[in-house]
Design a protein around this ligand. Sequence first.
Ligand code: ADP
Ligand code: MG
Length: 240
Amino acid sequence: MIHMENVNKYFGDHHVLQNVSLDIEEGEKVVIIGPSGSGKSTLIRCMNRLEDISSGTARVNGFDLTDKKVPILKVRQKVAMVFQNFNLYSHKTILENVILAPINVLKVKKEDAIKTGMEYLKKVGIEDKANAYPSQLSGGQQQRVAIARALNMHPEVILFDEPTSALDPETIQEVLDVMTKLSELNITMVVVTHEMGFARRVADRVIFMDQGTIVEQGPPEEFFTQTQNQRAKDFLSKII
Ligand code: ADP
Ligand code: MG
């Protein structure tokens, strides 16, 4: 589903991704961890071309992301992103947030977008808030809406960039529970998070990044017990 080979990314002369190679299978659940500034967000933003790569190969769901003619809206439909700060439209209702892109981008009929949108709001446990505005919801509820909005684009891949980092402690678990439920579907998930309980339960693979490179990776049961790399060990000892 995702093939990256020798990917480099520069911001000016800052070499933020350094020869990153990574293959992710259809349906795989991958958790990416690592210190702040190690390039985690940049890496996943390169997976739906929110960022262009500077050199290397990047193919996602059959799209060559280095091709300037790649249909960018189609890429973003297939490869959805859930952000730390939800990014809901504050002046639109919850349901409007969830149906807007399917109608405008996918040209889905409004009644169909509402039908599937309500199903996804139900799936994330928030259908009773369909006519509320984002400011009337808690952070955890808003993030669950953002997940329903991503699902209503019928993506193949969902990228999560620290989806619980901006939440109050008591609402983190409700979002992790929704993401765990989501992991039972065949959608490919790439999740940047420091929630190690979630990584243990859900991830097929944990990737540790440091200074723009993938330093170590493996299935969680190995990763958490047999980490070889000293920087990964130090990082884990601080967050677990
Ligand atoms: P992480 O998500 O692991 O904290 P990021 O991918 O956000 O790391 O950032 C990696 C490095 O790239 C950091 O040094 C950051 O300051 C830099 N960076 C990220 N985005 C930009 C940008 N748009 N312009 C310039 N530098 C950036
Ligand atoms: Mg980040």
